[in-house]
Design a protein around this ligand. Sequence first.
Ligand code: CTP
Length: 403
Amino acid sequence: MSILSGKKILLGITAGIAAYKTANLVRLFIKSGAEVQVIMTPASKDFITPLTLSTLSKNPVHSTFYEKEEENELWNNHVDLGLWADYMLIAPATANTLSKMTNGICDNLLIATYLSAKCPVYFAPAMDLDMYKHPSTITSLDKLQSFGNKMIPVTSGELASGLVGEGRLAEPEDIVSFMENDILSSMPLYGKKVLITAGPTYESIDPVRFIGNHSSGKMGFEIAKAAANLGAKVYLVSGPSNEIVNHDSVHRTDIVSAEQMYTACHQYFPEVSIAILTAAVADYRPKNIAAEKIKKKESALDIKLVPTKDILASLGVIKKEQFLVGFALETTNELINALAKLKQKNLDAIVLNSLNDQGAGFSGNTNKVTFIDKEERNTPFEMKSKSDVAIDIMNEILKKIDA
Ligand code: CTP
């Protein structure tokens, strides 16, 4: 999943021959999961039709301040369009539009929307090489960047005029990657790696049976998504779970037993800045795994269990700069027990979820947690969907690592 997934992109198209490439650009944005609305300057319609763009964007294309619909004139509110967008992109941006943007010459819907947009604005210039080198254009490009607008550089090559040089619109694929990289690099966890464990572990009794638990893995998967959405590269180590994660920044390792989870966690831990262990790891495993399926007998069956390794505690022993977070599932003396685990396992924080609350815990879609830091401050949250709980937990961790 691209970082643009679910984002609202307002694409402004101006009158350059490269406008024909915007059909592909819109298609790529839609493919990445973004929502797209298009504003065209009136003259750009000579280069590509609004019908093409409305079909590809699945939205009506805006071009004038009002649209005539039979008797009624519909006002196109440039302020609403500007507020709707998470990101605005003007591509191709002609010398004329760049100059109007620079000077606030608001004679069409695109410039009016640009002037009222509060979101980050990207622009991808495209023009002939001599226009591109003209001091007037250079001044516009410099000024727009000084306003905080982000320029997607032109490329060099054959131009529509037949001349060869700088001024070509960046290729649509490169425009999309430029925006993805820029958005990622401005995120709070950009460049950081996060380890997350999720789900149950299964401890084999014989080739067909195991000891397991009812953990769905959902909480850990939601935290993995929330961390990736903050720009982190995530190592998700999961026990058997039906959950799926579809995010470019999440690297999933599937394991079955506590021992395998231990090995995977120790492989990734030295690289990460944050580790969040949500998995419901089995505390015991059968001492011996029968080589053949155990046959039914009249007498009782005794299985000798031995403790598994405590993964969280073992990471607490070796941790250096990592911010280490555990989970605690308690039924009695919740806060006291959770705090004791935090101290025993040398954690920076622990998330307490109580089985006493209806709708909280293992298998449902909601959870109710309290975030406890090592200074013993606790922050209780309301019952929420697990995806919102994941965002709350990541926000608490961000506050701690920024502090
Ligand atoms: N944990 C772990 N490895 C284990 C057992 C637990 O990493 N072998 C982690 C869990 O992922 C969780 C935390 O330890 O983050 C607490 O798990 P919990 O089962 O609540 O606590 P335990 O230490 O196992 O103690 P108890 O079951 O007695 O409450």
